[in-house]
Ligand binder design. Sequence first.
Ligand code: ATP
Ligand code: MG
Ligand code: MG
Ligand code: MG
Length: 565
Amino acid sequence: MRLSNFPLATTKETPADAEIISHQLMLRAGLIRKLASGLYTWMPLGLRVLRKVEAIVREEMNRSGAVEVLMPAVQPAELWEESGRWQQFGPELLRLKDRHERDFCVGPTHEEVITDLARRELRSYKQLPVNYYQIQTKFRDEVRPRFGVMRAREFIMKDAYSFHLDDASLRDTYQAMYDAYTRIFTRTGLHFRAVLADSGSIGGHTSHEFHVLAESGEDAIAFSDDSDFAANVELAEAVATADAAPPAGEQLRLEETPGVRTIDDLVRKHGVPIERTIKTLIARHSDGGLIALIVRGDHTLNPLKAVKHPAVADPLTLADEADIRAAVGAGPGSLGPVNLPIPCIVDRSVAVIADFSAGANVDDKHYMGINWGRDVALPEIADLRNVVAGDQSPDGNGRLSIARGIEVGHVFQLGRKYSEAMGATVLDENGKTVAMTMGCYGVGVSRVVAAAIEQNHDEAGIAWPAPIAPFEVALVSINLQKSEAVRRASETLYETLQAAGIDVCWDDRDARPGVKFADMELVGIPHRIAIGERGLENGVVEYRARRGDETRELPIEPIEGVVAW
Ligand code: ATP
Ligand code: MG
Ligand code: MG
Ligand code: MG
């Protein structure tokens, strides 16, 4: 690419509303431009980076055996009604109507659409397993869009959804995705960690997040260098305190709901079965992520019934009886009165607690209360440091450290939530109709670009890891417009590098060398070759690595000497 032909959009000013370095540098280097809150245009240079990340993701997904599809961004409400999420999803879901007044949304994710596809296309166990993926634009009306493309409203995600006859097959694909993600983030040249994600605190570790380590990260993760343990702090906190006795009622603030004394009262008050009430609670707080529904006490209402009810049979809550037992620590047999490690139920934004004690009547001195989704704030990172940093790792190997992370990927064993709700079934070996079990796997492709800058920058600007740099080599011609020798040598070298398959940009602009060098440093090209008249007289060009601090002379002949820096 000749820069005389490729508009760089670098600026000197640091934009006032850009809080973190990647956002500032993406604007200054001319990678993105803001259209409106959380909406960005990818400029030519930025798009090259985005496409390189995409290419790595696509290659590794293909290598894992996943197959690419492309689904519509706009989705009909009917599908979301089938899954129950039309009601459950909060204001993050952008809803709209077409000219016929039919409801649609702009997809924040594609479980419904893919499950609809699967129920039409997949008939027999012989077609399984299958893993569909796409690289596509998502829209989430984030409550606080910020940090540029890091937390945008419109962003590019690679999302994959796998379908299986049984859990063993799901686990195989989950592992394959975990491995693919490890290759993806290794290839992009990022320092990252795979951590247990919050669903892990309840029944089986069926979810992992991939975090790029950076101080600006919105998540806190706990890990020990001496063990394989690493977890999102929400989970780490739960693990670290799992043995502690439930804290006093004060912390829980289980409140009496006025006018409600029995479960029947509760049902009457809301006019719907308890399961529906719980579903409503989940709906109100769905933007906060995980909601753990814990039923405690010597129940008159069978908690399993509530939890297993399709309305709440969400793998994000308690998937099945074994999971509940694992969560509450009860042995096999009757669940009995349960003693909960309370932190396990503390979610990022909400804890839903129902106590269905025997009699469930306050006058009986039996407690019956429900906390209507009181917001539970995550303690500040500093507090968490006090809580878990230095604590022993749950596996006993080493001590925990806390680091901040940017979530760039998430793998999840979904189970049968969507397939059961939407009737996505196949015939098994015995000709029996069974709901498929599912996994889902996301990579924040556009977020990766910003995360890479958080890890790779200095005072002069961005210092891209070579695999995702917009160009690998910058060929900077000095006084090209004045020197025919420089023009000819530059042109030859440019063509030679291109022929060698190197992604080179030739700075053939009519600008001062200082301006060119500063631009190439700001936009972060890993290798720079400068060609000037004086060097040419001695048969040399100047080479400098973006991350290095010395400039070396390289013989221009033979050219291969330059290519093999
Ligand atoms: P977060 O916790 O950051 O809000 P999430 O858990 O809601 O992310 P997922 O539903 O797991 O996101 O989506 C898969 C991936 O999409 C995330 O791991 C993240 O990399 C990316 N992503 C999610 N929301 C955004 C956003 N608003 N802007 C850019 N990327 C995003
Ligand atoms: Mg989110
Ligand atoms: Mg998250
Ligand atoms: Mg996530």
